[in-house]
Write a protein that binds this ligand. Sequence first.
Ligand SMILES: [Zn+2]
Length: 300
Amino acid sequence: MLSIAVLAASCSTSTTSDSNATSDTSPAAADSAPLPSTTVVPSSTSPSTTSTSTTSTTSTTTTTSTTSTTTTVAIAAAPGPLDLSQDVVGIGYSAGGRPIFAERLGDPGGRRVLVIGAIHGDEDDGLAIVDELRRRAVPDDIELWIIESMNPDGVAAQDRHNDRGVDLNRNFPYRWGPIGVEGDGQYAGTGPASEPETQAVTNLITQLRPDIVIWYHQDLFVISPAQGREGRVRARYAELTGLPIGEITGGTYTGVAATWARNELADADGVAFIVELGGTLSPAEAATHADAVLVVAAEG
Ligand SMILES: [Zn+2]
């Protein structure tokens, strides 16, 4: 399985310590087995020239000297056409200059399902579910896509927002409304899709057109109800994971990612929902959620 570990990011916009040449702090490098890794090469040219090449390299981490395979993934500076035939697609950069990837698991051609491990940086237990999914054999009729985190700034800082203080789950360009100012919990940004992370994900989804999209959050431990196919898939996921179905209230829910995606995919009766995990997630629970993703993906 391909794992995302930025071995030698040469991104000139990166100012952050976790995208430099050391990969020994990444989960993928924690075990000593040779692992394929991803090197980021920013593309200053048209997105249509984005290319992937495979080269051999020797790991330079301090924990291992084994040989690994490096896949070079170019990321366009601005949203544009994506090559969805690749196993790993660089979809953009965060406000803080961190790369954002989408990875395809399983063979192309099946029902497209997209899982996003984290959007709020301090609600990142979904990363363990994504990691579990990487270890699963994906059924033939499913084209599973994962974005480990669409808010790498927030995960690095263990903060809800991106590096500009925006709540990305209030920034999506459907029923967007102004909320707060920078520093506020639900600050919605300066306008709909003002943030590069939002642009990267909307650009991917409008091209990928997944049949089901799941975003993980914490820590309300609930899935909200819905009607029709949407409600049936949510109820099935809840049944498989032991989460209750219940209303989520108390916030201002404009510019929400899943609401945008549902509207975007409505003509195909697409499903997009939020899974509110609890405050913690054990390895066994992460495995249960990964299984549930594949079950609802298969059942549709
Ligand atoms: Zn959240």
